[in-house]
Design a protein around this ligand. Structure first.
Ligand SMILES: *Cc1c(COP(=O)(O)O)cnc(C)c1O
Length: 356
């Protein structure tokens, strides 16, 4: 029986995407070859990667001065590549520290220049998003994590800044309508909301590149991948194909509908956490709550294992919270439907009836 997948990533994918991907592993579009066997130089794959970048452009209505890349190495590889490609020698980059992924990005940026951490919620275990801060006037860019996958917090608006915004959107890309032109660079590992592990989408405004005065190794230089259409070397063919299918599914539903569905799902789950006497939120301010990763805990920690067991017995998996936060985290990405969220809510109600 198919399980209800609340894992944070790799994460749930739409059933139709899984079916098409499975079919393509056996025979890609009637070609007599598996998607795993075809050449990345074939016209069949060229259509896939062109189609996937066109959908990224279309969904975020990207102007022509933005490029779309499908790279490898996960979002974590972008942590060093961002300063490598953007930050001039001796320059300063600003970072908003809202969680562990931001900390990792900061650590890498320090290898390339000065880092100004404009604000941090670390002292409160990242349970809120800092909002009052100044970005140094000499900063080349301000890096933000739009959704903090581990802590269940989300930036519901992009901060105003005199310098370009670089956004790690790994866990909320294409989760709602979004004005991408607020950002100079957006990057996201595909495995949370737009496909399988193995590829990372990078959206970059071209005029930000080529200004660092650094020698950048070929594979780490965005301009290499722009010039070669993400095919300087062998791209992750299958992962890009799964993203293509997922992007088609997103387009079919439309970002507006996806956004309102995600809102309704999140509202449903937060309403139960607030109502249920056995559970409590882990996010300090309601306005920072994530629509993608809903974190919560038991008021009595000794009850947590019992609820986890109940969830597992009822086919709901992946709700154990990250170890530095504890409690629970239900990841309710695009492919999780309202019925799935309602199933979890019913379990919480059942749990209250039994154990309150
Ligand atoms: C998962 C995640 C990452 C790391 O992604 P990898 O692809 O595993 O490197 C980075 N940032 C955010 C916000 C994430 O959720």
């Amino acid at each position: 029986m198919k399980k209800l997948n609340f894992y944070s990533g790799p994460a749930i994918l739409p059933p139709s995407v899984l079916e098409k991907a499975a079919q393509a592993v056996l025979d890609f579009n009637g070609s007599g070859l598996s998607i795993l066997e075809i050449s990345h130089r074939s016209s069949a794959f060229q259509e896939v990667i062109d189609g996937a970048s066109a959908l990224v452009r279309e969904l975020y209505e990207l102007p022509t001065d933005y490029e779309v890349l499908f790279l490898t190495g996960g979002a974590s590889t972008q942590f060093p590549l961002i300063p490598y490609n953007l930050l001039p020698q001796g320059g300063t980059a600003a970072y908003l520290e809202t969680g562990q992924w931001a900390e990792n990005a900061i650590k890498e940026a320090r290898l390339f220049g000065n880092v100004a951490v404009v604000a941090s919620s670390r002292e409160a275990n990242f349970s809120y998003i800092p909002k009052q801060y100044n970005v140094p006037s000499n900063a080349t860019y301000l890096h933000v994590t739009t959704n903090n996958t581990i802590y269940g917090t989300q930036l519901h608006s992009i901060p105003q800044s005199h310098c370009p915004i670089v956004a790690d959107m790994s866990s909320d890309i294409f989760s709602r309508p979004f004005d991408a032109t607020q950002c100079g660079v957006i990057y996201a590992g595909a495995q949370k909301n737009m496909g399988a592990a193995g590829t990372t989408v990078v959206i970059v405004r071209k005029d930000l590149l080529g200004k660092t005065n650094r020698a950048i190794p070929t594979m780490f230089d965005y301009q290499t991948h722009i010039a070669k259409g993400s095919m300087f070397n062998t791209p992750p063919v299958f992962a890009i194909y799964v993203s293509y299918l997922t992007l088609q599914w997103i387009k079919q539903r439309g970002l507006a509908k996806i956004g309102s569905d995600n809102q309704q799902k999140a509202d449903t789950l937060y309403a139960e956490i607030d109502r249920n006497s056995l559970f409590a939120t882990t996010v300090t301010k309601p306005e920072d709550r994530s629509q993608m990763n809903v974190t919560f805990k038991c008021n009595k920690p000794e009850q947590e294992q019992t609820f986890l067991d109940l969830a597992t017995q009822n086919n709901c998996i992946g709700i154990k919270g990250y170890r530095t936060v504890g409690g629970f985290r239900a990841s309710i990405y695009n492919a999780m439907d309202l019925a799935g969220v309602q199933t979890l809510v019913q379990l919480m109600q059942h749990f209250e009836e039994q154990y309150a």
